[in-house]
Design a protein around this ligand. Structure first.
Ligand code: M6R
Length: 615
């Protein structure tokens, strides 16, 4: 949600900021803006819509920017105030000398705004961010020191913020501050960067300093000073980013989503690497720091997550209960927060999040920690806020995921749940070791099977073409593949805007069946040899009897299926327990190709943002 980048140094400031914003565009794309210090002046450029509009605007004003030395940029996903030019960042104080970009939400902005209006501040936008600009300018008028003005101001803010501030009278300095919103500094030689996320700086430096809540950074081209809220110097550790710049390139694919779908075999290998050495060896989860005796006697697990991560959690619940017998609840983070939970010190709470920055999940995790639960975080971002809250961590190792629709991170989360469930089974001695060996063997084979699917997607493309004009879809499954049905439907709706819903197949006849006719395709997940196969097949027949168009996702080559189903999406043979990892891939591709045929903006669907940092 929103992205920030700031730069001071010898490179072309406009290009560095544009590159940084391009790499952050997946975080928001309602409007974009930039403030450039050009000699004595600060010049501001803002445009509505996607970043390309800001690029064009800057191109047409390039000749007016003569001596740029530093600047701050922002890409917005609107929270307070509609996506309009006046609400686009950067925002300024009344006289325009102080300029701010901001991520997060200021909860007490209305009170502050009223106080500032009484002092004579002239507000132009509906944003909470503009309040920050006036507030800091007011403090600056008293203390004449930008760092102190920022410190005094942020003490008055309630809510979440990552802010970058520059001032016309304070040359070469960017002041940054954060609370409950990520912010980091990129360290260079004769140049420095400040950003809300690593992709903004990765092309220029891998040396990073992460700011913690209530810290303030003063960044010049040759120096970075970090202080706490009381002004004490904080010695920060310089960390080296694990990502390569190539992660931010489409590498010849038309969209990041397609590239990321194709990366899944290697992602699975990465997740298994270092955790599953040999089928005869136990799974090793070094960063799970729970005493083995505690794990052995654990009687409750709660998994909290949102969106796609919530679907991985559903599969995780199935696996943990199947392999360890430990009662496991799954709940959307946004629901967990507002009810009386039974979490206590004997509960293992698992937070699942690709970004590690999802506000609802962070709040839920904080609540679980207050109740003394052991918190295990499964995330793709070990550098995230959520990872910092973890007592134990499983890094899913999927690499940077740029497409707003999650694909490879889902697969990586699934594999992490298999490893965790096997780990619990091995500690508890709950499953027969021969069974676990067989499972590990099949787990290792999964990348090859997915490579098989990816090597020929013509059937999936044909199916996408045939069904792309339908307005509604139902996905049905039972057991562990209910998660697959939910996730397949979510993929379709988020990138094609087609109404798609996942249902437990057995629930169809309890209501949804009323909607069925020839305008409603029903996609059934049928895993031969599995305990749910026959039942899902009869539920599909019930749908056929109501004239629904039927699509099967299955590995079986059976003439009877061909007469029942209008289209069959084939997957390689796989055991039911491992089938979610295989079955999700054609469903990701089906959603992708339908959206592609419909000409949708696949990587940046409307109204969405990659990480949702507001509750
Ligand atoms: O970063 P997180 O996994 O916590 O994000 C949770 C959801 O916002 C995310 O999965 C969202 O549903 C994606 N758009 C799914 O494709």
């Amino acid at each position: 949600m929103c992205g920030i980048v700031g730069y001071t140094g010898y490179r072309d400031v406009v290009s560095v900021l544009l590159k940084g914003l391009t790499n952050l565009e997946y975080r928001g794309y309602d409007s974009a803006g930039m403030a450039i210090r050009d000699g004595e002046d600060i010049k501001i450029f803002k445009t509505l819509g996607k970043l390309i509009n800001l690029k064009n605007e800057l191109e047409s004003h390039r000749s007016e920017i003569n001596n740029p030395v530093m600047g701050i940029g922002h890409i917005r996903w609107a929270t307070h105030g509609s996506p309009s030019l006046v609400n686009a960042h950067p925002h300024t104080c009344s006289c325009g000398k102080l300029v701010v970009v901001h991520n997060g939400i200021i909860e007490n902005y209305k009170e502050l705004r009223e106080q500032l209006i009484k002092k004579g501040c002239k507000f132009r936008s509906q944003t909470d961010t503009e309040t920050i600009a006036h507030l800091i300018a007011d403090e600056y008028s008293l203390c004449k020191n930008l760092e102190t003005a920022v410190r005094n101001s942020v003490k008055k803010l309630q809510g979440a913020y990552a802010v970058c501030v520059i001032h016309k009278d304070v040359p070469d300095v960017i002041v940054g501050a954060r609370k409950h919103a990520p912010m980091l500094i990129g360290i260079g030689e004769g140049e420095n960067f400040i950003a809300s996320d690593t992709p903004a700086i990765i092309e220029y430096t891998k040396k990073t300093v992460y700011l913690e809540d209530n810290e303030i950074a003063v960044v010049t081209k040759d120096n970075v000073k970090v202080t706490d809220i009381n002004g004490n110097i904080v010695k920060k550790k310089v960390e080296i980013l694990p990502w390569e710049p190539a992660a931010l390139s489409k590498l010849g694919y038309k969209h990041f989503m397609l590239k990321e779908i194709h990366e899944q075999p290697d992602v699975i290998r990465n997740v298994l690497n270092g955790k599953l050495y040999d089928i005869d060896e136990p799974v090793e989860l070094k960063e799970v720091n729970i005493d083995k005796n505690i794990l052995k006697n654990l009687n409750k697990i709660q998994i909290i997550a949102c969106g796609t991560s919530l679907h991985a959690a559903l599969a995780g619940k199935y696996l943990i209960e199947e392999f360890s017998g430990i009662s496991t609840e799954v709940e959307a983070s946004s629901e967990y927060i507002y009810r009386r939970t039974t979490t206590d010190s004997s509960t293992l709470v698992i937070g699942v999040s690709q970004s590690g920055e999802t506000a609802d999940t962070i709040t839920a995790i904080k609540q679980a920690k207050e109740k003394n639960a052991h918190v295990l975080i499964i995330t793709n971002r070990p550098d995230s806020n959520m990872a910092r809250l973890a007592d134990s961590l499983i890094h899913v190792n999927a690499g940077i995921e740029v497409s707003v629709a999650a694909t490879k991170s889902y697969t990586a989360q699934l594999i992490s749940f298999y490893l965790l469930a096997i780990h619990l089974a091995e500690i508890k001695g709950f499953k027969d070791s021969k069974y676990l060996k067989g499972l590990k063997h099949e787990l290792i084979q999964l990348p090859i099977k997915i490579e098989g699917i990816l090597s020929d997607t013509s059937g999936i493309q044909k199916c996408a073409r045939k069904f792309s004009s339908y307005k509604n879809f139902i996905y049905i499954a039972r057991g562990i593949n209910l998660a697959t049905a939910y996730e397949g439907a979510l993929k379709l709706k988020e990138i094609s805007y087609i109404n798609a819903t996942g249902y437990p197949a057995g629930e169809l006849k309890h209501g949804p069946i009323a909607m069925l006719d020839e305008t409603m395709p029903v996609l059934s997940i049928l895993i031969p040899g599995g305990i749910t196969y026959e039942k899902v097949l009869s539920n599909s027949e019930e749908a056929k009897a109501r004239n629904a168009k039927l699509i099967a996702l299955t590995s079986i080559d059976d003439k009877n299926l061909e007469s029942l189903f209008d289209f069959i999406l084939r997957i390689p043979p796989v055991s039911e327990i491992l089938s979610p990892v295989i079955a999700c891939v054609p469903l990701q591709l089906l959603a992708y190709y339908i959206a592609e045929f419909l000409g949708k903006d696949v990587d940046q669907p409307r109204n969405l943002a990659k990480s949702v940092t507001v509750e």
